[in-house]
Design a protein around this ligand. Structure first.
Ligand SMILES: [Zn+2]
Length: 389
């Protein structure tokens, strides 16, 4: 009898552990597959050669594109401070989250107040996440890319709540302006206009991805990270340090395949020399744009991933990120073509290039990666945690 009980207990233990073992095995197998894909890509699959530091800016290649893409946390015409608010260009010191007067204690009841078209609306966090996913990523992307986006959006929202309400909207935790916080749309109200006959199917896809990851956020040392994302990077993502000047351990440059699937992966902005001169002088009155236009730009520095960090324009040092804003460039990873009449910026990638690449997530999901793996790739050294509400 004793032996029978022992055998029964053993059988129960095996039955109980089987799914766990399978999950561990499946996770390992998928992890290895993604590692192989990324390693092969890092060695051979460079979609755009890295241009290194101090490369000349001129003589890029031209192309144009046109599908909507997205990013968050860019900060509009300001330099974005990854710790929670925007500051004006010119290296103003970062606001300390602790100094924010309306600091919130965290998620007390699972609700968030969102500024939608200028009006504050309080809603469940999960409803907000559905609205961000709907606005930020195509429902045609693979499930695990959409799940990764859902977790990034939820994490970004929680980090905003924890940082306290910013100067720009003291009446809301977050706003629907993607250049300041993250794009958002009311899924129930917007689905028909956005997707027509596919509205119900797409709504279900989005709600399933959010539900599958309900309450999950990305943390570092127990804190929700600032989970910035963008549409498509070049062959590598950019680091927060290179783009915004803040060295964030989990926002480093990593290999990022699949960006070229984005229609706006390559782009061109062309201006006449007069248009260019006027725009530059509006922003940099001290710039000297006389003489040969081919000599206007000099002394550029680039990030490892290819973005122009700084360059000298008419004798004035300017930031690549600021030129991106001034000229409406798809990214700050650009080269120039200058002739007697025009100046053209040729860009690679779409968005600021930091954190999760949506097209990179799509590619990895198509290769079999699950969303935890995608997130740990784009936010290295972080953990997936479930919110306690
Ligand atoms: Zn905002």
């Amino acid at each position: 009898m004793k032996k029978l009980l022992g055998t029964g207990a053993m059988l129960l233990l095996i039955i109980y552990l089987l799914p766990v073992c399978y999950r561990i095995y499946a996770g390992t197998a998928l992890g290895d597959r993604a590692k192989d894909v990324l390693a092969a890509y890092a060695e051979t699959g460079q979609e755009q050669p890295a241009e290194g530091l101090s490369e000349p800016l001129q003589d890029g290649q031209a192309a144009a594109g046109g599908d909507p893409g997205s990013e968050n946390g860019q900060g509009g015409s300001s330099v974005w401070n990854p710790m929670g608010s925007t500051v004006q260009p010119s290296d103003a010191p970062a606001d300390s989250p602790a100094a924010a007067p309306d600091r919130q204690p965290g998620l007390l009841n699972g609700d968030i107040t969102v500024l939608v078209h200028g009006e504050p609306q309080t809603m469940p966090l999960e409803t907000y996440v559905e609205g961000v996913v709907a606005a930020e990523i195509s429902p045609d992307f693979p499930e695990d890319a959409i799940r990764a986006q859902a977790v990034a959006a939820r994490t970004y929202a929680v980090s905003k709540i924890n940082a306290g309400r910013p100067m720009q909207h003291r009446n809301a935790d977050i706003c629907d302006d993607y250049t300041h916080c993250a794009a958002y749309l009311d899924l129930a109200a917007a689905a028909s206009a956005r997707w027509g006959a596919s509205a119900d199917a797409n709504t279900q896809k989005i709600q399933k991805a959010v539900c599958d990851t309900a309450g999950e956020i990305i943390t570092k040392d127990g804190e929700a990270i600032v989970a910035v994302f963008h549409a498509a990077s070049a062959a590598r993502t950019e680091s927060a340090k290179d783009i915004w000047g803040s060295d964030i351990p989990y926002l480093q440059s990593v290999v990022s395949p699949g960006g070229s699937a984005c229609e706006k992966y390559e782009g061109t902005v062309r201006l006449t020399l007069d248009e260019f001169r006027i725009r530059v002088l509006e922003n940099y009155p001290a710039a000297d744009l006389s003489g040969d236009p081919k000599r206007w730009f000099s002394a550029s520095t680039r990030s490892e991933a290819g973005a122009v960090i700084t360059c000298t324009l008419g004798g004035v040092q300017v930031k690549g990120a600021d030129l991106r804003t001034i000229f409406g460039l798809n990214s700050s990873n650009f080269t120039l073509t200058i002739n007697d009449q025009t100046i053209a910026f040729h860009t690679i990638g779409y968005g600021h290039g930091v954190g999760l690449s949506q097209y990179g997530a799509k590619y990895l999901a198509e290769q079999g990666s699950r969303y935890p793996e995608i997130l740990s790739h784009y936010y290295p050294g972080t953990e997936l945690t479930r919110l306690q509400v």
